[in-house]
Design a protein around this ligand. Structure first.
Ligand SMILES: [Fe+2]
Ligand SMILES: [Fe+2]
Length: 392
């Protein structure tokens, strides 16, 4: 049977006019193409299992893989009614009060991540990208992102940032974050975490670490100047100068291998808390819109500056657990290189941009402070997850 015939046959089986019945089926059992069926290792997060959110996420996974998605929706709007209803209720559960429901946050961040990840290439079935530019996906993306950002910014007053003397504000922040006081969570990770907890830490961190610096790749196209040259230099170091075994993500793979863990990107997607997904989705928000370039620079400055102190705790934990050099290679590498990257980001990227952008330069501080908040919140969620793993 020709390939097109196969795909259409698959659609008839799995995709009638409207999707009855709404019963939870493990999404790995769905595939449009038996040759290369799985785009993402989807074991639904236990928090969502047996909920309407789980069913809706499965519906969304089928939608995102469907050929002619937008034409089908035009013809049969009922195709997406159930999903959109669930989306509406998640948006109100998550963002219409202070804390919001954890399940709703997780559902929304997972949907947003599934759309954002289409901006990167995963060396998988090309058919997985058929809806990359779908107006339907674009509208879902915007609805979630707009409501989410409104909620995040509700109690944040950015007005005082506009009056800052930007250079000294950045220098002060960098000094603080290079060598912060150890928090209780940091001491727990360094001194108490067991191998079980350490594995959980690696599993969650792997979602970002195995495609590390991908967001930086998204801001490099365009005009060249000294700032651009420095961002490129940092990018080349992150990408190992074109040598796979020197790429930073490869060092993370080695650490996973040392513990017999999976090295496939997204293998542990199931374990990732919503706050960590929000951190990743926030990076997409910054790097995919050039209007946010200065905020992106502030965010990257914070990341490079703050990583060495955080990773020292992880490295000490890995040593305490008796892991060898390779088991801590990723931490060691970043403790050394990110101290330099932080300096470069401050002196050769952020400060020249302060000079160039004058009255808009405060946005670098905004990006820095936001990233500090997102990273801290994600860090707390990781520690909660680690503690849960330890206590099972
Ligand atoms: Fe790195
Ligand atoms: Fe770096």
């Amino acid at each position: 049977m020709p390939r097109l015939g196969n795909l259409l046959a698959g659609c008839v089986i799995f995709w009638p006019q409207k999707i009855p019945p709404r019963t939870a089926v493990h999404p790995n059992s769905f595939s449009k193409n038996s040759l290369n069926p799985i785009r993402l290792d989807i074991k639904l997060n236990t928090l969502l299992s047996n909920t309407d959110y789980q069913i809706s996420e499965e519906e969304f996974i089928r939608l995102i893989r469907l050929n002619d998605l937008d034409q089908r929706i035009d013809k049969t709007p009922a195709l997406v009614e159930d999903f959109e209803e669930e989306l509406d209720s998640a948006l109100s559960e998550a963002y219409e009060n202070q804390e919001g429901s954890v399940k709703a946050h997780l559902f929304l961040q997972r949907i947003l991540y599934r759309i954002n990840r289409l901006k990167l290439f995963w060396y998988d079935d090309l058919e997985n990208y058929v809806n990359e530019n779908s107006p339907f996906l674009f509208s879902i993306h915007n609805r979630i992102e707009t409501a989410w950002q409104g909620w995040e910014n509700k109690d944040v007053n950015i007005e005082p940032l506009k009056n800052l003397e930007v250079e000294s504000a950045l220098r002060r922040r960098v000094k603080e974050d290079l060598d912060p006081q150890s928090s209780g969570d940091a001491l727990f990770l360094r001194n108490e975490i067991t191998e079980t907890g350490y594995r959980r830490l690696l599993a969650i961190a792997s979602l970002d670490a195995l495609v590390e610096a991908s967001q930086l790749s998204r801001v490099l196209g365009g005009a060249s100047n000294e700032v651009h040259a420095m961002l490129t230099r940092i990018f080349l170091e992150e990408y190992g100068g074109g040598k796979l075994d020197r790429k930073h993500s490869s060092f993370f793979s080695v650490m996973l291998k040392e513990l017999g863990m999976q090295t496939r990107p997204e293998a542990y997607f199931d374990l990732v808390p919503w706050n960590v997904l929000a951190n990743i989705n926030h990076s997409f928000l910054l790097c995919e819109r050039k209007r946010n370039f200065l905020r992106y620079v502030g965010s990257l400055l914070y990341t490079e500056v703050s990583v060495p102190a955080v990773f020292r705790n992880y490295r000490d934990a890995s040593r305490r657990l008796g892991l060898g050099q390779a088991g801590a290679g990723y931490w060691d590498l970043h403790i050394k290189e990110d101290e330099r990257h932080g300096q470069w980001m401050l002196e050769d990227v952020a400060l020249p941009l302060v000079e160039q952008y004058g009255s808009s330069a405060w946005e670098i501080v905004w990006g820095y402070d936001q990233q500090r908040f997102f990273s801290a919140r994600a860090g707390k969620a990781i520690v909660r997850s680690v503690r849960q793993a330890e206590n099972v």
